[in-house]
Ligand binder design. Structure first.
Ligand code: PMP
Length: 384
């Protein structure tokens, strides 16, 4: 069983002083929490053995449990309750436009608190996300992926549906339609500033050299980086961007630019990438709040993301989703830029289980001409 090539069996590099890292178990006490929302937040960092060994850096993953969006959805709903907009048990409906994760988190919390959830999603996402939403008894409305300026774009349609619901129902039943609006709602940024950032700081004793993240709404990147940079001014913040997204160009050259859109070479179903949840061609309010924190940006290809995910399950038993794989590609690029001995933090956004029929499906990849196979000789250096 002992295999000296396996990361778990190789001796650790002496050069890394990880004594400041909080040992596992100190993160969440052993208290009994109240309901499913009580489980959200306070998540542990884990060291990714294979990538840390390969780069000589300490590469840490914040593992947020179900989804990084759970805490965002909970804060959006709690903030609306605090403002007197939503009341538990009044049968109100929370509307959201989402590629899935935020919708699933909203549907879960809505169930736990007695609201209904109405989720508008593009129709090209992994089908297990729609199935999960249906099991959580959300209303799911699928739309064709179209430009953000189109009224039928998923975010715009969710806003319209919330307004329509308000007109029809609020006078008779008191129930309202509340548009969660993860892209523009500052409760998204706030929860990462107030919880995710401090959790990372506490667990590392503030000894972090860099964070690296992909972005969708940008709430995670802006919230975490603003908090951490306020305490660690020398911290480097990196964006990692999937194919088709305009953010890389924005960081590098100051303007949003998507090569796929410009060249008219979008893939089937207008999907530029097999990666779900990150990549965007506009700056949302949540992103704008922390965009200036970004020091540098990298791109990640589908091939790198697909191979990275397969590599991590082979080496570490880590079964991750597509945006988390992009984050890990970014972490390796950052490790190369900074050199050995640095501490780099990234995030696990969700598990591979939400991506079985697309990112993790060899059939899907083959049908879309992006069948990348991990060979047994592949290493971190051949993948990224
Ligand atoms: N990964 C996944 C799976 C997501 O759904 C999202 C959000 N759409 C992100 C990453 C990016 O997070 P943020 O919106 O905070 O930029």
């Amino acid at each position: 069983f002992f295999n000296e090539k396996h990361p778990a069996h190789r001796p650790r590099r002496d050069s890394l002083d990880e004594s400041h890292l909080c040992p596992p178990g100190n993160v969440r006490g052993m208290e009994i929490v109240d309901g499913v929302d009580g489980l959200i937040g306070n998540t542990p960092l884990m060291r990714i053995r294979s990538l840390s060994e390969a780069t000589g850096c300490t590469i840490l993953f914040l593992n947020p449990g179900g989804s990084a969006k759970d805490r965002v959805a909970l804060n959006i709903i709690k903030t609306a309750e605090d403002e007197g907009i939503l009341h538990p048990d009044n049968g109100s409906t929370v509307f959201e436009g989402t590629v899935g994760s935020t919708g699933i988190s909203i549907a879960m919390i809505a169930r736990a608190k007695g609201y209904n959830a109405w989720i508008v999603m593009p129709d090209d996402q992994a089908k297990e996300k729609y199935q999960l939403l249906e099991k959580l008894s959300a209303t799911v409305e699928k739309v064709r992926p179209v430009s953000i300026i189109d009224k039928k774009q998923f975010v715009n349609l969710a806003r319209t549906r919330a307004q329509e619901f308000g007109k029809e129902d609020s006078n008779t039943t008191g129930a309202i339609g509340y548009f969660a609006d993860q892209f523009e709602n500052k409760a998204n940024y706030d929860i990462h500033y107030k919880t995710t950032g401090p959790e990372i700081y506490r667990q590392t004793g503030g000894k972090i050299d860099a964070i690296v993240l992909g972005a969708g709404t940008g709430g995670t990147l802006s919230g975490i980086s603003t908090y951490l940079k306020s305490l660690i001014p020398r911290l480097k913040v990196y964006l990692v961007d999937p194919p088709g997204s305009g953010l890389y160009h924005k960081v590098k050259h100051g303007i949003l630019y998507s090569p796929f859109e410009a060249e008219g070479t979008r893939r089937r179903h207008q999907v530029d990438t097999v990666v779900e949840g990150i990549g965007i061609n506009r700056l949302t309010q949540n992103f704008d709040l922390g965009f200036e924190n970004i020091d540098n940006a990298y791109r990640a290809t589908d091939e790198e993301a697909v191979k990275m995910a397969r590599y991590l399950v082979r080496e570490d038993g880590l079964f991750i989703g597509s945006s988390s794989a992009v984050n890990c590609v970014g972490a390796v690029r950052v490790a190369r830029e900074l050199g050995p001995g640095h501490v780099i933090v990234t995030l696990l956004n969700d598990s591979g289980q939400r991506h079985l029929t697309k990112f993790w499906s060899d059939d899907y990849l083959r049908e879309n001409g992006i069948a990348y196979e991990l060979s047994k000789d592949d290493t971190v250096d051949t993948i990224v």
